[in-house]
Design a protein around this ligand. Structure first.
Ligand code: ADP
Ligand code: MG
Length: 339
């Protein structure tokens, strides 16, 4: 008798969840990215106990057609790509079709959703990957997701969660980054009934920076604008005066996706080299547009890492973009005053 079996679907989902869903912040990231992909202009997130006991995400996006609601929770189910070739030209944040299946396998999920073509919506309740209830319901166009008791059935995962306040911090950090990368969407985060983030959604990056980091930061940033044949960059670079001791205040977006990338970080460091002391990191927000053909986003399950086919081009673009901003008049004047 052989010993090898194929795991049942729910077990496979729980294992896959280990890759995508590490903590409440990863659930929030996946749900909010889905809301963005659905074309929402308004997304509101509410968490209790750091998101461990409850995460609620409400959007006014396209909604999910009633016929698709159950399929959406299957593994590898997505409306965003059809074949591997589509990965070459990906403009959506999602494409792996794993988040909903993963989240639903390790929590209690309630989804209410409606598309504008239908006068009613659909409600589904799933516990540990098993469908408990499905029915039609009256609701506004868009989607409401409630995730309760994360990791209630995976004690090994639950054990690794930190204190509520620490988890709430992770959630707030990820929502902050997503909000900064999407100034055209009004994003709100409520933690234990306190509103901690609320961006205007007026498509103005500077007023989004203002709402997330305050006036002191917003008035000390320089506009970044750059364009060559392959890369286009828009954003803000902090004056040396507001440099920090960590890289946490550097937010980079490639085609709307928040990423971390060594080449880009070192281009930023290089541009600031003559302005900053060692171990100081500039405040930087960069929205980089590049033909998706030059970027591989399918490097890591959380899609936070990307690979560029031409690292030199991206390095040069980021370096020059920031360098030009730093050389702009306002900074020179400012340096003179401070000397
Ligand atoms: P992916 O985002 O990689 O496609 P997910 O598991 O995150 O996979 O979601 C599965 C599908 O469910 C999506 O492709 C999308 O069609 C649908 N979906 C999920 N969340 C939303 C939402 N908030 N609004 C509209 N559709 C959604
Ligand atoms: Mg998704």
């Amino acid at each position: 008798m052989g010993k090898i079996v194929i795991l049942d679907e729910n077990t496979a989902n729980q294992i896959a969840a280990g890759e995508v869903v590490e903590r409440p912040a990863s659930v929030v990231k996946e749900l909010v990215e889905n809301s963005i992909d659905a074309g929402s202009s308004n997304i509101s997130i509410e968490i209790n106990n750091g998101g461990i006991s409850m995460i609620k995400v409400v959007d006014n996006g396209s909604g999910i057609d009633e016929d698709d609601v159950e399929i959406a929770f299957e593994r590898h189910s997505t409306s965003k790509i059809r074949k591997a070739d589509d990965l070459e030209s990906i403009y959506t944040l999602g494409f792996r079709g794993e988040a909903l299946a993963s989240i639903a396998s390790v929590s209690l999920v309630e989804l209410t959703t409606r598309v504008k073509e239908k006068p009613y919506g659909k409600y589904i309740k799933i516990q540990g990957g098993l469908v408990k209830e499905v029915r039609q319901t009256g609701c506004p166009v868009g989607t409401t997701f409630i995730v309760r008791d994360l990791f209630y059935n995976t004690p090994a995962r639950f054990k690794f969660l930190k204190k509520d306040t620490t988890e709430a911090g992770y959630v707030s950090d990820i929502v902050n980054r997503i909000a900064l990368g999407n100034p055209h969407i009004s994003i709100k985060l409520v933690n234990n009934r306190n509103c901690v983030i609320h961006t205007p959604g007026n498509n103005d990056l500077l007023s989004t920076i203002f709402s997330l980091y305050g006036k002191e930061t917003a008035k000390e940033v320089l506009e970044v604008r750059y364009k060559d044949e392959k890369v286009e960059i828009f954003g803000y670079a902090g004056k040396p005066e507001i440099a920090r001791t960590t890289r946490n205040y550097q937010s980079i977006y490639i085609n709307g996706r928040y990423i971390r990338n060594k080449t880009i970080f070192s281009a930023i460091d290089e541009a600031y080299k003559t302005y900053l002391m060692k171990n100081k990191f500039a405040f930087v927000v960069l929205q980089i547009k590049i033909n998706p053909i030059f970027v591989d986003v399918n490097v890591h399950p959380t899609k936070m890492e990307v690979r560029f086919s031409d690292e030199q081009t991206i390095f040069r673009a980021v370096y020059h973009a920031i360098n030009n901003a730093l050389l702009s008049k306002s900074l020179i004047r400012n340096v003179e005053i401070s000397e």
